[in-house]
Design a binder for this molecule. Structure first.
Ligand SMILES: Cc1cc2nc3c(=O)[nH]c(=O)nc-3n(C[C@H](O)[C@H](O)[C@H](O)COP(=O)(O)O)c2cc1C
Length: 160
């Protein structure tokens, strides 16, 4: 490889890895509900049950998630494209959604494929992102088809 590292080409190359699409939610110390669309989710450990995601340090929402003791990860279904778009644009895109708070105040959105309720387990500095590991305290699943993101576009899995 010669010349400066091509960050844009690297980003596009990473986009070749097809992912699901998640919305991460939490509640601020003063009780405001916050969400963000993310595809950096990964399952990490079965014992203890750990999952991760990574907020960008450039995001205005980074600090509230980096400091959150509890959060929920919602794996979106193929008919929740508008939910994804809403939480790309703004942290408070809960209007018109069916949601409620968990016992610890975390907002939980309905209609997803999977919903993981997490306690913060660890966080790690990772370049221009922070890796946040959550220990799963509860989860729920539904037989919905997942929303897929690859090559900068949303897709469905199609019929088997
Ligand atoms: C498919 C998709 C996946 C995304 N994944 C992440 C992610 O993993 N981490 C992140 O910080 N932002 C991610 N974003 C961007 C955020 O949803 C949001 O647009 C960004 O935080 C906006 O910055 P703000 O918080 O300053 O408004 C993703 C956006 C899209 C469309």
């Amino acid at each position: 490889m010669t010349g400066a590292f091509d960050t844009r080409a690297f980003r596009d190359a990473c986009g070749g890895f097809a992912t699901g699409v998640c919305v991460i939610t939490t509640s601020t110390p003063d009780g405001q509900v916050v969400g963000i669309t993310a595809n950096s989710f990964a399952s990490i450990s079965l014992d203890p049950p750990l999952v991760m995601w990574s907020p960008a340090k450039s995001s205005r929402r980074h600090d509230v998630f980096a400091e959150a003791a509890h959060f929920a990860i919602h794996v979106l279904s193929s008919d929740q494209r508008a939910v994804a778009d809403g939480f790309v644009r703004e942290a408070n895109a809960f209007t018109a959604l069916d949601w409620h708070r968990s016992d610890n105040g975390t907002p939980l959105i309905d209609g997803c494929v999977t919903r993981f309720e997490c306690d913060r387990y660890a966080s790690h500095d990772a370049g221009d992102h922070t890796i946040i590991l959550g220990q799963v305290t509860d989860f729920a699943t539904a037989p919905n088809a997942p929303l897929v993101f690859a090559g900068g576009r949303y897709a469905g899995l199609g019929q088997p």
